[in-house]
Unconditional design. Structure first.
Length: 68
């Protein structure tokens, strides 16, 4: 599945790379919400997808912190 590959890619990244990915995802979510508020967003399901990706990144970060 697509999400399984995404999670595997996340687990291969370092903590600093995960932090950068998290920051980028949060910025994207902010921009999507802003576009949605101004009625410029066509694909509203992208908001849900980005929120889930943020949760996946945070989960992998928590797992890596527990291993250390």
């Amino acid at each position: 599945m697509k999400t399984d590959n995404y999670v595997k890619e996340l687990r291969d990244k370092s903590v600093s790379e995960l932090g950068e990915a998290l920051t980028a995802a949060k910025k994207e979510l902010f921009n999507l919400r802003f576009q949605n508020a101004t009625n410029q967003l066509d694909n509203t399901s992208r908001i849900k997808e980005v929120r889930k990706n943020i949760a996946r990144i945070q989960t992998v970060l928590t797992e890596s912190a527990a291993k250390s």
